[in-house]
Write a protein that binds this ligand. Structure first.
Ligand SMILES: Nc1ncnc2c1ncn2[C@@H]1O[C@H](COP(=O)(O)OP(=O)(O)OP(=O)(O)O)[C@@H](O)[C@H]1O
Ligand SMILES: [Mg+2]
Length: 271
């Protein structure tokens, strides 16, 4: 299963990615958590020990390594770039592991539209493509708002993109923008998850304002998220409520994907 998490700044993407990582790890699955935020914070949310995080370097910052693999130094803009650099050894070599969860930090990826085919961007694209195509593992991608860094080919290998939204008009507006961007790259397995829910009217607001996306479930507003941050522990450990809500979201996702698979198979036989 490959899941990307996106949504407006500060909605709780990293928190959800960490909750999902522990939900999958609890099922005994191998989890690769990818922090695609230029300001990494997934490791802390996962409760990785600081000493382990200090040793971890974002792939985008390994200039010599990028140059060696792509034939172009990261700040060059022209010239020759190998578009299929070797990346298969990267997760093993450059990730840290804690409680069965492997963490990889990507670092700053160029935003789309600049037309720049830099070595760094080529390497990260190839890396995302590689991990998404690897069948054996659960991959969780913690993004910032936007989907430009998911190319068309890699978008095909994401089982689901979870758009996280708080019950605010602005958060729902961003969800709509993300949906439009996703459509541009033909990513249609897009689902909404409500975040920081305090009352029934919050749930209603999200369902009513959903930009046509199925709502998988809701995460409560829970002060334990802040407590877990202070304690350097995963929210999954401190909040039984959020852990339960996350497992329910995962169940709902599996039902949606099974349903979609069944309908497309039925469509194939009918046609
Ligand atoms: N369910 C929740 N209940 C209470 N507080 C939460 C919850 N989820 C997230 N928060 C708080 O909201 C803030 C942002 O959370 P988080 O870092 O997970 O969001 P994000 O979407 O990844 O942010 P960014 O866009 O900066 O990457 C944090 O202070 C976190 O403690
Ligand atoms: Mg984040």
């Amino acid at each position: 299963m490959k899941i990307a998490v996106t949504g407006k700044g500060g909605v709780g993407k990293t928190t959800l990615a960490s909750l999902l990582a522990y939900a999958f790890a609890g099922e005994g699955r191998q989890v690769l958590a990818i922090d695609a935020d230029p300001a990494p914070s997934l490791g802390a949310a996962l409760g990785f020990p600081e000493a382990l995080l200090r040793k971890l370097r974002p792939i985008a910052e390994m200039e010599e390594f990028i140059a060696e693999r792509t034939g172009q130094s990261p700040d060059e803009t022209g010239g020759y770039v190998r578009l299929n650099p070797r990346v298969d050894d990267i997760p093993e070599r450059f990730s840290a592991e804690h409680r069965g969860i492997r963490l990889l930090q990507l670092g700053a990826v160029e935003r789309g539209g600049s037309g720049c085919i830099c070595g760094r961007s080529a390497l990260l694209k190839a890396l995302i493509g590689h991990v998404l195509l690897d069948p054996g593992q659960v991959v969780l991608l913690d993004f910032y708002a936007g989907v430009e860094h998911l190319g068309r080919a890699t978008a095909d290998s994401v089982d689901a993109m979870l758009v996280l939204a708080e019950p605010t008009a602005r958060s729902m507006a961003i969800a709509r923008q993300i949906r439009d961007l996703a459509r541009d790259i033909h990513l249609d397995r897009l689902f909404l998850v409500g975040s920081k829910i305090e009352r029934d009217s919050d749930r209603d607001f999200i369902v009513e304002r959903s930009p046509g996306l199925p709502v998988l479930g809701f995460l409560s507003f829970d002060p334990e998220v802040r407590e877990s941050d202070r304690a350097g522990l995963p929210a999954y450990d401190l909040s039984a409520r959020l852990a339960g809500e996350t497992r329910a979201i995962l169940d709902a996702l599996r039902r949606e994907l099974d349903f979609e698979r069944a309908s497309s198979e039925a469509g194939t036989t009918a046609g």
